[in-house]
Each structure stands twice: as structure tokens, then as C-alpha cells.
Write a protein that binds this ligand. Structure first.
Ligand SMILES: C[S@@+](CC[C@H](N)C(=O)[O-])C[C@H]1O[C@@H](n2cnc3c(N)ncnc32)[C@H](O)[C@@H]1O
Length: 183
């Protein structure tokens, strides 16, 4: 399926990180993608569009759904959004917390994490998957730019900016909120 900006609630419509994510999947041709922090399915649908274009691959997409105490998706709503694009065969949606996934990470060719990331999130993911990165797996995440670190909630809730993470990363799309590659 060719890229179109999905008609799914997300704060990423104004930038280009969706298109960049789509292009990364086309380029890297991952058989197995893991996404953590799917919300209403905007980035999930984008990666599934690219898998459909490639004709193969699968996404295991996780979120806390109704258990997330702040603004959260519903499992049913996200499922319906993916169905609406005819992409359900590329996606398995499940409720899972990042920390429990990191404690026992499954195999993946590409990981995309997007849970309102902070410097702590980036360091925790890197510590858990750096060996996979060395073996060629790709890890992308939301954030990483200076502008993204200035969002109000980082200072308001005393969170560590991503720029202070010890883990190495490169910003691959600086349009707000930005997209980065770990390692
Ligand atoms: C910024 S949103 C993700 C945006 C989304 N990828 C999109 O396409 O618009 C963050 C999501 O992470 C989920 N989340 C927050 N903490 C989490 C955790 N520890 N484990 C799994 N999901 C989490 C929230 O429920 C929320 O849906």
C-alpha cells in the first residue's frame, strides 16, 4: 500500500516522522517488527502499509491501553482503526508494558518504541537490546531532537530529557517530535 497519512488520531500529523517510518520499513525490509506504544494505531498502520507494499512481514504492537492512567487508547478502538485500513493480517495487537517486554525481549528485526519517551526510557531500552543491535537489528524511537526535549511535560514532571541519555543515537528526522535510531 502506498503511503498516505492515516486518518487516525495522533499528534504526528504535522511532521514527517510517519513518512520517514514508512520509508525505513521499505528500506530495511524487517520480517518482524515490534512496536511499543501504539496508541490509536497511527504509527502501526504506517508500518503495516509498508509491509503490505513489501508483501510480507509482521508487527507485534503493544500498549497498556485502558491501564495507562493518562491519555490512552482502547484496545477495541485501535483494533478497529487497523481493520479500517485492511491491514489486520500484518498486526497482532496485545496489552503489554515496556518494562515486562524489556525483561524478556522477543526476537525482532526492527523495534519502534514510543511511550512518551524520556532519557530513562532510551537508556533502559538500549541496555536491554544493545546485543541485538550489534547483530543487525534496528531500533527506532520517537524523539531525540532538542526541540522535542523542550516539551512542557519533561520539566513539569521532572523527567530526564532524551539528550541526557547515555545511550548512543542519531536523529534521522528532526521534524517535531522527531525520530531517532538507537546505537
Ligand atoms: C505518545 S503515545 C504513542 C503515539 C503513537 N505511536 C501514535 O502513532 O500516535 C504513547 C503511548 O504509550 C503507551 N504507554 C505508556 N507507557 C507505556 C508502557 N510503560 N508500556 C507500554 N505502553 C505504554 C500509552 O498508553 C500511549 O498509548
Amino acid at each position: 500500500m502506498q503511503y498516505t497519512d492515516p486518518d487516525i488520531e495522533s499528534s504526528y500529523h504535522t511532521g514527517t516522522i510517519g513518512k520517514t517510518l514508512y520509508e525505513q520499513v521499505l528500506k530495511l525490509k524487517p520480517q518482524k517488527i515490534v512496536e511499543i506504544g501504539t496508541l490509536h494505531g497511527y504509527t502501526t498502520v504506517i508500518m503495516a502499509m509498508a509491509l503490505d507494499e513489501l508483501g510480507e512481514g509482521h508487527i507485534n504492537a503493544y500498549d497498556l491501553f485502558e491501564e495507562y492512567p493518562y491519555k490512552h487508547p482502547t484496545f477495541e478502538g485501535t483494533t478497529k482503526n487497523i481493520e479500517r485500513y485492511g491491514l489486520s493480517k500484518y498486526v497482532t495487537l496485545a496489552k503489554k508494558d515496556l518494562d515486562s517486554w524489556l525483561a524478556n525481549p522477543e526476537d525482532f528485526d526492527m523495534l519502534y518504541f514510543d511511550i512518551s519517551n524520556t532519557g530513562d526510557t532510551v537508556d533502559a531500552v538500549y541496555a536491554s537490546v544493545k546485543d541485538r543491535i550489534k547483530k543487525g537489528a534496528i531500533v527506532l524511537f520517537e524523539g531525540g531532537s532538542k526541540e522535542r526535549d523542550q516539551v512542557e511535560w519533561i520539566s513539569k514532571y521532572n523527567k530526564r530529557p532524551i539528550g541526557e541519555a547515555k545511550a548512543p543515537y542519531t536523529v534521522i528526522d528532526s521534524s517535531f517530535p522527531s525520530l531517532s535510531m538507537l546505537g
